[in-house]
Design a protein around this ligand. Structure first.
Ligand SMILES: [Zn+2]
Length: 325
């Protein structure tokens, strides 16, 4: 498959899998002599082979690549970077917030582990929170070899002249998420900002200094930013290409509001901490997918707090939420 318009071609590299994400997608973007790779899949043979095959059937090769741009630092978007750069030493562009994460900077990762330890304690998660915080800290040593070896070039928000693409910061799903926007064609390479078949999570993460950020509030703002764009095709990080971007965004925004109302009613029933709300709403899923569930609950509570719908007070080190009348 290829999408061609006015001298510019996208060759999607789509690697199907059996997960709920359905596929890992990355994209070759060609115009005249430039060939950029937007994202770099998982570090596995399936992604590597599909990339090589996509290049080959389009009379291209790794040596034709002129650069890689990463939409965010998640493992399923950056996997092949080192392997590609070993074959062809090309620049790799990332948001400046991605560098510490991709290089697995130990000072930052310790700060990140401290952040989660404190956060889960303050959200009343007890033992489940302590367990997850330990897991985050142990992963620093366990995953240290996953650090990218390639030199990374921080990219500024603005216009990438060599590609006539606008780089737009779209934090929320990840603090370092960017989108690449081709205004002329209405093409948006959004990473995991917008996925057709599932709503992408605003995953709670600290910023590079270890401070808390309101990830769901940011995610909403990023989605709202896109509503102003002319979007003919959204090229997502997973699943099918999206042609109804605007109505899908409206759906996603409505879903956030609906879920926030569910949490308001949980608070109304007397569930006062984020952990109590999570357990009452998600039951066992709270324990099985602890960090994702807590991202959902904390994110929506932040959103409600930001709107002045709820407020929180600290009682014995734990935030208690109440409805603002
Ligand atoms: Zn992601």
């Amino acid at each position: 498959m290829k999408i061609e318009q006015e001298g510019r071609t996208v060759f999607p590299v789509i690697v199907s899998n059996s997960s709920s994400l359905k596929s890992v997608n990355f994209y070759l973007l060609k115009e005249r002599e430039t060939l950029y790779l937007i994202d770099a899949g998982m570090n596995d043979e399936a992604c590597w082979n599909v990339l090589l095959h996509t290049l080959e059937v389009n009379d291209l090769s790794l040596s034709d690549l002129t650069g890689i741009i990463l939409t965010h630092h998640h493992i399923d978007h950056v996997g092949l970077v080192d392997r590609i750069v070993l074959h062809n030493q090309i620049p790799v562009f990332v948001h400046e917030e991605a560098v510490l994460r991709l290089k697995r900077d130990s000072v930052f990762l310790e700060k990140r582990a401290d952040f989660f330890e404190k956060l889960y304690k303050e959200m009343g998660c007890g033992e489940a929170g302590e367990k997850q915080a330990r897991f985050v800290r142990e992963a620093i040593e366990k995953n240290k070899d996953n650090a990218l070896k390639t030199c990374l070039t921080p990219i500024e928000e603005g216009f990438l002249t060599s590609l006539s693409l606008r780089i737009i910061k779209m934090p929320g799903h990840a603090p370092d998420q960017i989108a690449l926007y081709d205004e002329k064609r209405g093409w948006l390479f959004g990473g995991d900002l917008l996925i057709g078949h599932i709503s992408s999570n605003a995953i709670v993460e600290p910023d590079s200094s270890g401070n808390r950020i309101m990830t769901l509030v940011q995610h909403r703002e990023s989605l709202e930013k896109c509503l102003k764009f002319n979007m003919n095709i959204v090229f997502p990080g997973h699943g099918m290409l999206i042609e109804n971007g605007k109505s899908l965004i409206q759906n996603r925004l409505r879903r956030i509001d609906k879920k926030a109302e569910k949490f308001v009613s949980a608070i109304g029933k007397g569930f006062a901490t984020a952990a109590e709300i999570a357990e009452s709403y998600y039951k066992n899923v709270y324990y099985d997918h602890f960090s994702l569930v807590m991202s959902e609950v904390i994110g929506h509570l932040d959103y409600l707090e930001n709107q002045g719908r709820v407020s929180k007070t600290k009682v014995e080190g734990v935030w208690q939420y109440t409805i603002q009348l």
